[in-house]
Design a protein around this ligand. Structure first.
Ligand code: C2O
Ligand code: CU
Length: 474
């Protein structure tokens, strides 16, 4: 009897637990996607799409191992999702419509909830109608702090993007334009750094050390950065710390769409000295930023030594002897060697008419292993399957005349070779810039079960067919 009473008391106490537990658990952080008027790209009030009314969206900051708990609220006229670019999320949190979750319809919500396994600089963006939604302003940074990073007086985020405005100064609505899809993607003449027109200016005291987190959130623009007035060190690429920090020297730092780089920049010790940052392209260059050594020197004594790299992320090391070899041949596009996928003229004309009527779709001009993947229809078989835990040795063979930043979902890969030669450092990456006609080999341990995308992060190329899906068995 007594035991029964005790049990009842315990049960009654337990009944009061859920509400208390719910009070204790913090509510999710809200990310509301809405049309918004923002000061952007030199326009005082540009009609954009924004997270929480801002372009770029709020910078989310966590510690490694922390729980990301974000509720997406869709107040856009179109369905959307959020993809956490570079984060090794559980499959259901990856934000790929129809493959990992249903699209979030206007008026609906979706809660993203997962722990952050790696430190580094990441970003988030929609993965539905991406060429339009990103070009309208939906993107933001996600920073996972390392416990043991290099000491620096400042931690600056530089989110790069570009904007195509029409004659009346609005965001041009020629998304999925055939020329963009079949050439270099949508390039906008207005380049911004943290949403402001370039070149921007920032100050720190002479001799101070700055950690610079660079993110390329542009739909298609490939940046190549040159620093003048100081030589930064590269400490991480795509969030993953390098085994050894590298002085950038006179080499350019390539930053394709989706890619990130963490740098350490020591300001000159002469007051008033300037460091300028340029984007080099073709025969020209554009100044992106000036950093001014402003005020009284922060420190005296000997010059600073090279920073130490942050502690490595717990990424599983590929086992080459046991690798499953897969090749992805990238084909198509204007001026290709292999021609483009079968796309009869009547079909193309019909699509063009639909586009004029407002339909958002691209022509299938790119291919992976001979097939244009316009949508990732879950009914289609994956490109390859791999047993969980096995190493995949992946070769990208670019048979096109264009650059492709190839992005892998759910995993990070190790660079193995470019055109058969091992690259210095063999860095971990999640997005790999593949030059025209280049062949690039990478390897990763397929330890994250589910269906994952591999695609070009020139958003118009992906929409035009350059993407595929693979399966990691449970
Ligand atoms: Cu940054 Cu599949 O995306
Ligand atoms: Cu591409």
């Amino acid at each position: 009897m007594i035991r029964r009473r005790e049990w009842l008391a315990a049960a009654a106490a337990a009944c009061t637990l859920p509400p208390r537990a719910m009070q204790a658990a913090a509510p999710p952080r809200r990310l509301r996607a809405t049309p918004a008027s923002v000061a952007l790209a030199g326009q005082p009030a540009l009609a954009a799409w924004a997270y929480e009314g801002r372009v770029h969206g709020p910078t989310l900051r966590y510690r490694r191992g922390a729980l990301l708990d974000v509720e997406l609220e869709n107040a856009l006229p179109d369905p959307t999702t959020i993809h956490w670019h570079g984060v090794r999320v559980p499959n259901a949190m990856d934000g790929v419509p129809h493959i990992t979750q249903p699209p979030v319809a206007p008026g609906e919500r979706f809660r993203y909830r997962f722990t952050l396994p790696d430190s580094g600089t990441f970003w988030y963006h929609p993965h539905l109608g991406t060429p339009e939604q990103v070009a309208r302003g939906l993107s933001g940074a996600l920073i996972v702090e390392d416990e043991d990073g290099p000491e620096a007086e400042h931690d600056w985020l530089w989110l790069l993007a570009d904007w195509r405005l029409d004659a009346s100064g609005r965001i041009a609505e020629d998304f999925y334009d055939y020329m963009d899809v079949s050439h270099a993607g949508r390039l906008g003449a207005q380049v911004t750094l943290n949403g402001r027109s370039v070149p921007g200016e920032q100050q720190a005291a002479p001799g101070e050390r700055v950690r610079l987190r660079l993110v390329n959130a542009a739909p298609a623009r490939i940046f190549a950065l040159r620093f003048a007035g100081a030589t930064p060190w590269v400490i991480a690429l795509d969030g993953a710390p390098l085994a050894q920090v590298q002085a950038l020297g006179d080499t350019l730092l390539p930053l394709g769409p989706g890619m990130r780089a963490d740098l350490i920049l020591d300001l000159p010790r002469e007051p008033g000295a300037r460091v300028t940052v340029h984007d080099v392209f073709g025969r020209g260059e554009r100044q992106l930023a000036t950093v001014v050594a402003d005020g009284a020197p922060a420190r005296t004594g000997p010059a600073r030594t090279a920073p130490r790299a942050p502690a490595p992320n717990p990424l599983p090391e590929p086992v080459p002897q046991d690798a499953q070899a897969e090749t992805l041949v990238l084909g198509g596009g204007m001026m290709s060697m292999g021609g483009w996928p079968d796309d009869p003229l009547p079909a193309r004309l019909a699509r063009r008419l639909r586009r004029m009527g407002g339909a958002r779709e691209a022509d299938p001009v790119w291919s992976v292993n001979g097939q244009a993947h316009l949508t990732h229809d879950p009914a289609h078989a994956p490109e390859f399957e791999v047993a969980r835990g096995r190493t995949v040795r992946l070769t990208f063979e670019n048979r096109t005349a264009w650059w492709h930043p190839m992005h892998l979902h759910g995993h990070s890969f190790r660079e193995l070779a470019r055109n058969g030669r091992p690259p210095p450092g063999r860095a971990w990456r999640d997005t790999m810039l593949v030059a025209p006609r280049e062949s690039v080999e990478v390897a990763f341990v397929a330890d994250n079960p589910g269906d994952w995308l591999i695609h070009c992060h020139v958003l118009e190329h992906h929409a035009g067919g350059m993407g595929t899906r693979f399966r990691v068995s449970a």
